[in-house]
Design a protein around this ligand. Structure first.
Ligand SMILES: Cc1cc2nc3c(=O)[nH]c(=O)nc-3n(C[C@H](O)[C@H](O)[C@H](O)COP(=O)(O)O)c2cc1C
Length: 210
């Protein structure tokens, strides 16, 4: 199947059937997020993989009672840096220098400019930037799930502060951005399963400047 066929197959599943997704498929979906391009290669987000029924049950009320939270096989919480610290920025360039066998300090000018531009921004602006990077990984994971014929619900419908607290994210310098619930559609009980996919027409979506 082509990517476009996969994207037409997928939909934001409203009711999942509780079946488990094989771990190798989840790993594939996680790998798509890890391989996502990010601004300056900073990869300023983590993915928290949740399978515990007890933890899912605690998350459900925080996510406005949405059923996918407990019926999903896995929940992937995309959580972005709350701040670009010097250590976080440095570590990216140290790794690149090591893995590419570059001379020490090879990217110092670039790195110092980057860090000083972050220093002129607020913590909220840092998170706004890091969350945008998390969305790139999130999007690629959504596509990877479709390719693996794993149903998924992209979710922003939850209380971020409460989820952060529950998962202990502040201590890790992280803030939740989105949840990707992975599982399999309950074809009998999902009201959305056979509905037409609705999108803005191409002529209204693409602005061509020739
Ligand atoms: C960032 C984001 C957040 C979303 N949050 C929720 C959510 O909390 N619950 C839900 O059922 N669907 C959620 N959706 C699903 C969208 O409503 C859905 O993707 C959109 O209507 C397009 O439909 P489709 O994905 O079925 O093609 C979200 C989608 C995205 C991309």
């Amino acid at each position: 199947m082509s990517l476009l066929q996969d994207l037409n197959w997928r939909y934001a599943t409203k009711k999942m059937n509780g079946e488990s997704v094989p771990q190798e498929k989840v790993d594939y979906i996680l790998e798509a997020a890890r391989l996502a391009p990010t601004s300056s290669g900073l990869q300023p987000f983590k993915v928290i993989e949740i399978t515990s029924p007890e933890l899912k049950a605690k998350i459900q009320p925080i996510a406005f009672g949405q059923s996918q939270i407990v019926d999903a096989s896995h929940l992937l919480v995309f959580a972005a840096y709350d701040e670009y610290t010097k250590e976080r920025v440095d570590s990216v360039f140290i790794q690149q220098e090591l893995e590419r066998a570059l001379p020490k300090g090879f990217a110092d000018d670039y790195k110092n400019n980057l860090f000083s531009s972050f220093q002129q921004k607020t913590k909220d602006e840092h998170f706004e930037h890091s969350a945008r990077q998390a969305y790139i990984g999130f999007g690629l994971s959504i596509a990877a799930a479709a390719e693996q014929k794993v149903d998924a619900t992209p979710m922003e419908g939850f209380n971020n502060a409460q989820l952060d607290e529950l998962l202990g994210l502040p201590a890790q310098g992280l803030k939740s951005v989105t949840i990707l619930a992975l599982g399999y559609r309950d074809t009998e009980n999902d009201w959305l399963v056979s509905m037409k996919k609705v999108r803005i027409a191409k002529q209204d979506f693409v602005i061509q400047l020739n």
